[in-house]
Design a binder for this molecule. Sequence first.
Ligand SMILES: NC(=O)c1ccc[n+]([C@@H]2O[C@H](COP(=O)([O-])OP(=O)(O)OC[C@H]3O[C@@H](n4cnc5c(N)ncnc54)[C@H](OP(=O)(O)O)[C@@H]3O)[C@@H](O)[C@H]2O)c1
Length: 289
Amino acid sequence: MILIIGATGTIGRPLVARLLQGGHHVRAFTRDASRLTPAPGLEVAEGDLDRPETLAPALDGVHTVFVLSFGPDALTQELAAAELVAAAGVRRVVKLSSVAAIEPAAGCYGVDHAKAEAAFAAAVPEFTALRPSGFMTNILQWQSTIAASGTVYQCHGDVPRAVVAPADVAEAAAVCLTRPGLHGRPYQLTGPEALTSPQLVARLSAALGRPLRYVETAPRDAVAGMVGAGLPPAFAQGLLDALAAPEPTRGGRPTLAVRHLTGRPATTFDTWLTRNLAAFRTAPLPLTL
Ligand SMILES: NC(=O)c1ccc[n+]([C@@H]2O[C@H](COP(=O)([O-])OP(=O)(O)OC[C@H]3O[C@@H](n4cnc5c(N)ncnc54)[C@H](OP(=O)(O)O)[C@@H]3O)[C@@H](O)[C@H]2O)c1
């Protein structure tokens, strides 16, 4: 039995689907079971990482765990989860981390991911950290300002980032969860080309066939925006520090890890865009970060 924590999210949904297609038995951990559609091979365990006592029963009979969490409490949640997987005798853990965890870790966001990686590595015999670059789906957050004024507001527009398709991350995770011998080293998952935000906007503009304007935002305004959306100031600043940090070794340059794990090249931004263009032509959807 494979337990998927974060089964209803951007990575978790395609990951669960892929594992079920492969004939694996999956238990999905969620705070709300109604978010998952019943399927053969799928069990749902309702629980909350903020209440670790709800994770313990979900680990019964589980040999492999995929773990992710996000937000200011992510480290606390994952440290508790690491203790529980060790106590349950879980053999393999694959953690969704971030390129921000690459030494020297970028911002408190990267430091927390690195600490959680270390805790899981000590907790189970086989641990794999997946360290993706920014997700291509992040640009769906631009929908509302594009719809309102054809404008994209971003900061650190000079920083190239080899953004990755979430489906590629999910496929790489499925491989690491189910194939032996892939533990003991992190995988830096990226897309096939490094692009700055103004370049992403230019590609989107060409695909939509309408002009879009890129406006460089001051980092303090970006932090204020995230705080306004409900994030604690220190966590918002940590996210922004990680965004500013890509370097060749930290998401700023494409890697071959997706190809190495999945056997096929990473999805290009243009291909992802073609598949998702409709989202920018309709009214903005309610988004989770
Ligand atoms: N976005 C990026 O560009 C990027 C890049 C690199 C790494 N990452 C990492 O990716 C992770 C986010 O993954 P994602 O995109 O799948 O997230 P997501 O789409 O926002 O989904 C979050 C998932 O976490 C679950 N969750 C949240 N709080 C929970 C709690 N208290 N107890 C149990 N489950 C909880 C949610 O499940 P329910 O709501 O169903 O309970 C949901 O399935 C973070 O660790 C982030 O650092 C993101």
